[in-house]
Design a protein around this ligand. Structure first.
Ligand code: ADP
Length: 433
């Protein structure tokens, strides 16, 4: 997720908290007011502070981009408010004054925490400035309160001294945690850049020779006329195609974790896309003597035509290729069927449903929840070793999630498996979600 989106999300999460603070501070003011505990400062500026929280909540919700400014100003005003309350409380030699000092003293560390969590810059400055103001006020009050004040004022002075001792520890700990977080983010970025470089290397250094190998294998097949030679070429082609598929899964799986991953939606002829994938996989099915049926809605009476839809054709193609190659791989005999159809609301298509069903080995119900995990490969009940990276379904599930759809599996061991992918469709020309 890009950083601006993350910040916007954080701002939206903070907004309800700010609203709660607005309501909570009003309730405390009312309760303390009823008990006669509010100082003049609190009575005067408390309602303004509650109002500020309400405004901040609205700004965070509707203008999340300005989160730093909104949080910075709100925290700074809150700090000034607490300092004023502490000052006024400490000047009273009464139990009420002591209550005001000890009650308000607790909140200053929360301001430091808020600043370090929500601000990208300036948290140290804000916390440091508040601490210096606390120290300065202590200096101003020292003679009157700590030296010459009454019993309550002296206790307030002690509370204040404790604050001065504890707060630098709070600020340093927060600074340390923030530095660690920064290093962690930096390490994540570097690891990701490493992966990206590796992917680029995979694409350029491996995919290109692999493509030329596949081309040469096809040329070789044209020249060989004897059976053993053809079988050898077939094995070569299968191995190279499998390698290409692993490479594609590893590349896509890594790419899916990238914060820069984007959908590339365009108007797509769905029937053509599905038919192309079926044609591409037909030789594999043929090689295993499986019947491959491609049932498109166009051909079925009563179903709306698939038509042109706005979707990411590369990703939908990859979902279909992975499901179809698994269906062929795990079906020793029988058939594999692809069925694509639309769900409509009135005249508008709302969802695309793609089913890939086979009459293969099936999946044990107890294991079905595991098959979407990366690198999970189930034991083949026939004891055969079939090649695979264990990433095919992990890629499919993540792609389906990114496309905001869902995938279901329905399988009976020994009878076959059906994967159903449902993808939401947006009206053509509508903005991306
Ligand atoms: P693999 O590379 O092993 O095919 P996948 O992630 O594509 O990895 O699939 C995970 C596991 O799910 C497979 O190892 C297999 O056991 C099971 N599986 C997937 N598709 C089917 C299917 N159509 N029929 C039976 N088992 C399947």
């Amino acid at each position: 997720m890009p950083e601006s989106d993350t910040r916007a999300l954080a701002a939206r999460r903070l907004a309800p908290l700010c609203l709660m603070l607005a309501v909570g501070s009003v309730l405390i003011l009312l309760q303390d007011g009823a008990a006669g505990l509010n100082t003049g400062w609190e009575a005067r500026f408390g309602p303004a502070l509650s109002g500020l929280y309400a405004v901040a909540a609205a700004l965070l919700w509707w203008r999340p981009r300005h989160m730093d400014a909104v949080v910075g100003v709100t925290l700074a005003f809150t700090g000034v408010y607490f300092l004023g309350a502490l000052y006024e409380g400490a000047r009273r030699d009464t139990a009420q004054g002591l209550y005001v000092v000890s009650a308000n003293a607790q909140f200053l560390p929360l301001i430091y925490v808020g600043a370090f969590i929500a601000l990208r810059r300036g948290a140290v400055w804000l916390s440091g400035a508040l601490y210096l103001a606390l120290l300065a006020l202590y200096g101003v009050l020292y003679r009157d309160i700590v030296q010459a004040g009454g019993a309550y004022q002296q206790l307030s002075g002690h509370v204040w001294a404790v604050l001065l001792l504890v707060h630098p520890g709070c600020i340093l700990a927060l600074q340390y945690i923030t530095a660690l977080r920064g290093r962690l983010q930096q390490a994540e970025r570097e690891a990701h850049e490493g992966k990206e470089r590796f992917l680029a290397m995979l694409s350029h250094e491996i995919r290109s020779p692999l493509q030329s190998m596949l081309g040469s294998i096809d040329l070789l097949a044209l020249r060989l006329h004897d059976d053993p030679g053809r079988r050898a070429v077939d094995r070569l082609r299968r191995a190279a195609t499998q390698l290409e598929a692993h490479l594609r899964d590893v590349t896509e799986y890594t790419r899916l974790e990238s914060p820069d991953w984007r959908l590339h939606e365009e108007d797509t002829d769905v029937a053509q896309l599905v038919q192309e994938v079926c044609d591409q996989m037909a030789p594999l099915a043929e090689h295993k003597r499986l019947a491959l049926h491609c049932r498109l809605a166009e051909a079925a009476p009563g179903e709306p035509p698939l038509g042109i839809q706005t979707l990411d054709p590369v990703r939908v193609r990859q979902i279909l290729i992975n499901l179809l190659s698994n269906a062929i791989k795990y079906t020793p005999d029988g058939e594999v069927t692809v069925h694509a159809a639309l769900h409509t609301a009135g005249a508008r298509p709302t969802r695309l449903r793609i089913e890939v069903a086979d009459t293969g080995i099936g999946i044990d119900p107890a294991q079905q929840h595991r098959i979407f995990e990366p690198h999970v490969r189930l034991e083949d009940p026939r004891g055969e070793r079939v090649g695979g990276s264990g990433l095919g379904l992990a890629v499919v599930q993540r792609l389906v999630q990114r496309l905001q759809g869902h995938i279901d599996v329905d399988s009976l061991p020994g009878h076959g498996t059906r994967f159903t992918v449902t993808l939401p469709l947006r009206a053509r020309g509508a903005p991306p979600v």
